[in-house]
Design a protein around this ligand. Sequence first.
Ligand SMILES: Cc1cc2nc3c(=O)[nH]c(=O)nc-3n(C[C@H](O)[C@H](O)[C@H](O)COP(=O)(O)OP(=O)(O)OC[C@H]3O[C@@H](n4cnc5c(N)ncnc54)[C@H](O)[C@@H]3O)c2cc1C
Length: 416
Amino acid sequence: MNPSLHLLIIGNGCAGTETAFAARQNGWSGPITLVGEEPLSPYHRPPLSKAYLTGQASAESLSLRGAMTYDKEQITSLSGRRALHIDRTHRSVTLCDGSLLTYDKLVLAMGGRPRPLPLAEQFHGHVDNFHYLRTHADADAIRSNFGAGRNLVIIGGGYIGLEVAAAAVKSHMNVIVLETAPRVLARVTAPEVAAFYENVHRKAGIDIRTSEQIERLECSADGKRIIAVLCANGVRLPADLVVAGIGLLPNSELASEAGLLVEDGIVVDAELRTSDKAIMAIGDCARHYSHIYERSVRIESVPNALEQARKAAAILCEKPPRPDAAPWFWSDQYDLSLKMVGLSQGYDQLVMRGSASQRSFSAFYLLGNRVLAVDTVNRPLEFNLSKQLIIDRHWVDPSQLANDDIPLKQLLSPTT
Ligand SMILES: Cc1cc2nc3c(=O)[nH]c(=O)nc-3n(C[C@H](O)[C@H](O)[C@H](O)COP(=O)(O)OP(=O)(O)OC[C@H]3O[C@@H](n4cnc5c(N)ncnc54)[C@H](O)[C@@H]3O)c2cc1C
């Protein structure tokens, strides 16, 4: 590799940081610069709604890499600096401190930001007890409002909302989850799996209210705190803390302003290249074509971010990338390890295997006899086998699949 080529990476979440280290490992010998707008050095986001919120994980344990490793690998890490503008003609990026960085290859790994709740726009950033959860700073702000006997209202029954609920109930808070859809996890799981999770949370003491519309937030007279959430049905819910988790918007404005193709994410080809071949995009901010599902997808998960980072690094270093893996995601709530692999949209049959009452089961989303996706709860072996099931587009017999006495491995063998 030409040792003078500069690799510039915008966004120092797990996708950007992994790209920097993987590029070095793959033989990129020129300078590598990693730029991130957050003041902290790169950190893991998943514990923010889990162990960090309950105080079981320390701030130090969240670091993605030890401070020394950046120097060791000769990676220049610039935190607290937002990239403002890409000049594609001169191959340069302007940062918020006025500095200009030129590049030979640019990787955009800018993640996303919480989808704003329209009725909270006047409050966010002005009151100290209304928060979204995306950054370390958000988690600290939420944690500082935790306390036994306090009222927490969570708006949104997706993964983040439910994980925050599970963490708050451990801190003996009174927790209400408000969801506009008729069930929680509506965008990502089947009704059967959602019903299992609703049941678990209710048993833990959480008040889950579905098909609930929110009318407005009530503020204290001094304008410093939200004091209640008012529902469209007239119910007033007193609140010491309000957390909203209603989805994510990809950070793609830098790319669209530079004239790159953006459609709910920065559009990239099979080699993660944008409409400008010197620029790649990866992780939560990128939309790629999935050969497994034969459509374009944007995936929000750590495994996808890492996978794409390693693929981008291999391609940048002119090495053959590993074949694409099935997308997967995990969520930890109480003693439940949920691992989901594949994308379930379009399934026409759900096959349940195992026992929900024993908190150990898998849900298989089938289209005909093809498995599109699998949700596994406390079933690590089935999760691992399911990855292959999806990649191989293996055909299965639904009645055999439902029979928990037949090991899943047996159904994968060529003789069945
Ligand atoms: C609370 C929480 C819990 C989660 N739990 C799980 C889980 O259990 N399992 C799972 O698989 N996934 C989980 N996720 C999702 C996962 O964290 C994301 O999918 C992953 O972080 C995506 O990585 P990324 O590098 O693409 O983006 P990010 O992690 O968002 O990193 C992008 C970085 O780029 C920075 N940036 C953006 N624009 C600019 C700019 N113009 N200039 C400089 N810097 C910029 C951002 O500030 C950010 O730091 C969770 C997310 C959150 C918030």
